[in-house]
Each structure stands twice: as C-alpha cells, then as structure tokens.
Design a protein around this ligand. Structure first.
Ligand code: SF4
Ligand code: SF4
Length: 403
C-alpha cells in the first residue's frame, strides 16, 4: 500500500478514492471540488480501512497546535488528516483548526474530532446515566459550528473501552444518525484503555469505520492487542495510532528518547495506517515527514529502542491500565490524574491538564489525608506524589490556563 509515486498518490489521493466511490450523494455536492490548490508532496501513505481514504503515514493531532498558521503549514507540507476534540481548549482548538483550513478545497483535507458522551464513568468505562442520543448529536453539531464547516470526515467516540459502551444502542443510533444527516462521513472510536475489548466490539458492530488507539513500544499485552488490531482491520476498520512515543519525557534526567525509532516501530505494523502525532513545531513536523520516507530501522535505532524498553526509569506515560483503581480505598480516577500530569509536565499543555483535572468528580483530594499509599503502579509511578503535585492546578482559575 505504501507508494512514493507522485502520480499514483495524486490519482488515489483523498479525493480520488473517497470522493467518487464512498461519498453519499448528498455530500457529493459539498465535496465536488477536485483540485488540490497545494499539490501534496510525495509522502508515503496507507489506506484507512473501508473508508478508502489514503493518508500519509503521519497525521496531525492538533491538541498541541497554538496557531492557525501552523495547521496551514502542516497542510501545505503534505499532512492531510487532522484530529481535534471538543475538549481541547474547551472547543477553541476546533476553531483554530477550522481557521487553519479555511478556504481550502474541502475535499483536499480530512478532519475528525472526538465528541465525548455525558455521564461516562471513566473508572469503570460504563455510563452512570442513560446515554442521550439527541444531546450527543447536539454536541456534535456544536463542533461543526466551531470548525466552520458543514461536515467532518470523522466523529470519534472517545474513551471507548468496555463493549457495553461501544455497542450501546443509543450510541450506535446517534452515530448512524450523524452519518445519515451528512454531518459526518464516517465514525470511529478513540481508545486509551480496554482497547482490545473496544476494537473487537467495534469490529462486530458494523457501524465504526475507524479506531484511534494508544500504541507504542511500551505497550503492554502487545500480542493480544496486535491480534485485536488484526481482527478490526479485517472487519474494514482503519487504525490510527496515538501516544506513539509513550510520553518521551523521562521523569528524571537521562538520554532523550530516539523518537524516530519509536515512531518507526509503530509503523512496522502494516495494520496501523497512520500516526496521529501531536506536533507543536515546524521542526518536529519536518522531522516526522523525513522519518516516514524510510521506515527501515537502522541498527542504532533498534539499539536505542531496546535500551529505552529496558530502562526501568518511569517516563510520564501512564498505560491507562486502571490496575491502580481497585487498590485505592477512595476509588480515585488515578489514570485521569496521570493523564493530567503528563499533559502538564510532558506536553507542557496546561490548558489540557486543567481540563482533564476538572473532569474528575472530586470535592476534595483524599490523598492529602491518606497516610499511606501502597499502590503498585504498572508504570512504577509514585502515584500519591504525582496526584498531590498536579492537584495544585485545581486552584488555578480557568481564565489563567485556557488558550
Ligand atoms: S497509574 Fe499506573 S496502574 Fe494506574 S493506570 Fe496508570 S500505569 Fe496503570
Ligand atoms: S494516597 Fe491517594 S491514591 Fe494513594 S491510596 Fe490514598 S487516596 Fe488513593
């Protein structure tokens, strides 16, 4: 599927395959423009499952983008697939992405966003109140307004894990309705935990077209995850990978992670169509685009990755395995605290860290009164220390942190 041939790329590009064959009639008029005003450079690509969309091996997770001009620069450099979320900057990120892509032929880029449902308990992965399809559709419509476009290519259902949630009748109904109404071309899940279960359920559903999954060299249970990825791929689901450097930043000093090696490792799996990279600078963008030109791992890269795998020093990456939750007498949503910690100290994204903290239903922080913390964390974290540290952000007013 990878092909560097420019003519082939243009022929089979986003427009060529998806526009003519898979586009519903009511959307064809919206996406009739068949000229890309900035010709894509020669980037190796793969196909996103049954969507037929060809995308370069690097796509953009936009949470780290702070200017519309950066989105536009990424597009002009050849990036075609952009993912945002309603909760990035409380919707401001969707506005920024829309601004960056404004005026471009709609069929020349692919954009998706994650729309979380209300009433989901992240600790159990289950709904604590009945899912409301109409409220969900309204949230998705609000996203379109922020982007300033008539439709997205993907609405993603985030924090997908338990099959009861992925296959929830109301959820499937809402997603199908959004497709029928022409508000999205495709739908998918985004999964940070219980990913194997989520993938298998999505494969069974017949509704989902895409899955964005956490996937990196530190992934636990690689074999069973790869098997679930394989099954989902066979069911026509396109797979894209996030969290691909496993939170490259170490807690203490040490040699920096060879990120090219980490990203190449992900792409050795041909079932992964593209990496959704949270790039924040042109330098990082260029580095990633250069990396995908040659996926063969050098001896040095393999050595570096092996050393990084053996390094027992914790990175900032939480596996979201949830093994800590039953160990905590207060049943804290520890994975959410750890995500917030990683956003703040790893990605330096204080707004995202603040938002994640604010989503934790907690009147006070019980860690302050807890005399002992015997949590045995898969990643080796000092859980109590991190919670106490990041919780200070809860006292910062929203206006100071929102971008
Ligand atoms: S904090 Fe540790 S145990 Fe808890 S989800 Fe993260 S990696 Fe797993
Ligand atoms: S210190 Fe915090 S995380 Fe650890 S057991 Fe107590 S409440 Fe749970």
């Amino acid at each position: 599927m990878e092909n560097n041939n420019r003519r082939q790329f243009l022929k089979k590009s986003i427009i060529g395959v998806s526009g003519a064959v898979l586009m519903p009639a009511h959307l064809n008029s919206v996406t009739k423009v068949e000229v890309i005003n900035t010709a894509p450079p020669e980037l190796p690509f793969r196909t996103l499952g049954k969507t037929g969309i060809n995308t370069p091996l690097i796509s953009m997770g936009t949470s780290e983008a702070s200017a519309a001009g950066f989105i536009r620069a990424a597009y002009e450099a050849g990036i075609k697939l952009f993912f945002s979320a309603t909760y990035y900057g409380e919707g401001n990120n969707e506005k920024l992405v829309g601004e960056g892509l404004k005026g471009l032929p709609r069929a020349s880029f692919v954009v998706g966003t994650a729309v979380p449902p209300d009433g989901l308990d992240n600790r159990t992965g289950k709904f604590i109140k009945p899912f409301d399809p109409q409220a969900y559709i309204k949230k998705a419509e609000d996203s379109l307004k922020r982007f300033g476009i008539d439709y997205v290519d993907f609405f993603l259902f985030p924090y997908a894990g338990k099959k009861e949630m992925v296959l929830n009748e109301g959820v499937l109904k809402a997603l199908e309705q959004l497709k029928k109404q022409g508000k999205t071309r495709f739908v998918g899940i985004a999964s940070h935990s219980d990913t194997e279960e989520a993938l298998l359920a999505a494969a069974d559903s017949g509704t989902y077209d895409l899955a964005m999954i956490a996937y990196n060299y530190k992934t636990i249970n690689k074999e069973s995850l790869n098997s679930a990825v394989e099954k989902a791929t066979k069911a026509g689901i396109g797979i894209v990978a996030m969290k691909t450097t496993a939170g490259a930043t170490r807690e203490k000093s040490g040699p920096p992670l060879n990120t090219d090696a980490a990203l190449k490792w992900v792409l050795q799996n041909k079932n992964i169509s593209s990496i959704v990279s949270g790039m924040s600078s042109l330098e990082e963008l260029q580095k990633n685009l250069a990396m995908i030109q040659n996926l063969k791992m050098s001896e040095q890269e393999m050595k570096d990755l092996k050393l990084a795998s053996l390094d027992m020093q914790p990175t900032l990456y939480c596996h979201q395995c949830k093994k800590c939750i039953p160990q905590c007498p207060h049943n804290l949503d520890i994975p959410a605290f750890m995500r917030s910690y990683m956003y703040a100290y790893g990605y330096k994204n204080i707004s995202q860290a603040w938002h994640t903290l604010s989503g934790i239903d907690l009147a006070e922080n019980p860690c302050e009164k807890c005399t002992t913390c015997n949590i045995n964390c898969t990643a080796g974290f000092d859980v109590k220390g991190k919670i106490l540290d990041i919780s200070r952000l809860r006292n910062v007013p929203k206006d100071f942190v929102m971008t």
